[in-house]
Design a protein around this ligand. Structure first.
Ligand code: CA
Length: 233
């Protein structure tokens, strides 16, 4: 498995590179988006680790470019960001990043995220702007949702919440974290807001028996799990 790291800070780049090499991955590195594009075209890496802030084009620009390239756009990309603001996450995910991590990094966590990205079937993202999970398909350009190929209407907030869940499957998020990621931190809202919208989203998914995808994790928050085995009884 070949991983390409695009990061302009040598210390971070070397640290990640060394630890992934020790884990048995083949690793290449770039310090900017321009050289990364050449490297991606030439080597078609299996996974990218992309820093958000780069000299010249940003990591977001690079991922947007990647998602427009036939034959390359299915390459999973994990975005690194020094920005602590969770509301930026949405921008990162909208650009086509599959996952993100904030610095300072936990290498252990990075390894498990990379493993998860590499395990993901290629069909998961058949077209760059479509997020698919089992029977659910969310178009991030038109904001249209289809379940079993049937169109389903949803509000802007329901879209954003579902978008967040689909981009972060099988991970538990606290209400606070969901609130920051979906609503941003410019408004005064209570954790209960998340519960209310989760309830709405569950109601929306219920006719398909998919409401169970949004699991309440007692004392922690919510987790989105779309497991065909589990949802089709
Ligand atoms: Ca940087």
């Amino acid at each position: 498995m070949h991983i390409l790291i695009i990061e302009d800070e040598p210390a971070i780049r070397d640290m990640i590179s060394l630890s992934l090499q020790q884990a048995g991955y083949q690793v290449s590195t770039c310090g900017d988006a321009e050289s990364a594009r050449d490297e991606i075209r030439e080597w078609k890496p299996d996974c990218l680790i992309v820093d958000w802030m780069l000299p010249g084009d940003s990591g977001i620009d690079l991922i947007r470019w990647l998602r427009r390239q036939p034959g390359l756009r299915q390459i999973p990309a994990l975005m690194l960001t020094a920005r602590a603001e969770e509301s930026d996450t949405i921008a990162g995910l909208e650009s086509g990043a599959d996952d993100y991590m904030t610095k300072p990094l936990s290498l252990r966590e990075l390894h498990s995220r990379i493993k998860a990205l590499l395990r993901r079937p290629a069909s998961w993202k058949d077209v760059s702007h479509r997020l698919r999970d089992g029977r659910i398909c969310l178009d991030t350009e038109t904001h249209e949702l289809t379940i079993d190929d049937q169109p389903v209407k949803l509000s802007k907030r329901e879209y954003q919440l579902l978008r967040f869940f689909l981009g972060h499957r099988n991970r538990v998020f606290s209400r606070d974290r969901i609130l920051d990621a979906v609503w941003g931190n410019d408004c005064y809202l209570e954790d209960r807001t998340v519960d209310v919208h989760v309830l709405r989203l569950r109601k929306l998914l219920k006719p398909w028996g998919l409401d169970r995808c949004i699991q309440t994790v007692r004392g922690s928050g919510y987790r989105f799990r779309c497991d065909e085995e589990e949802t089709r009884t």
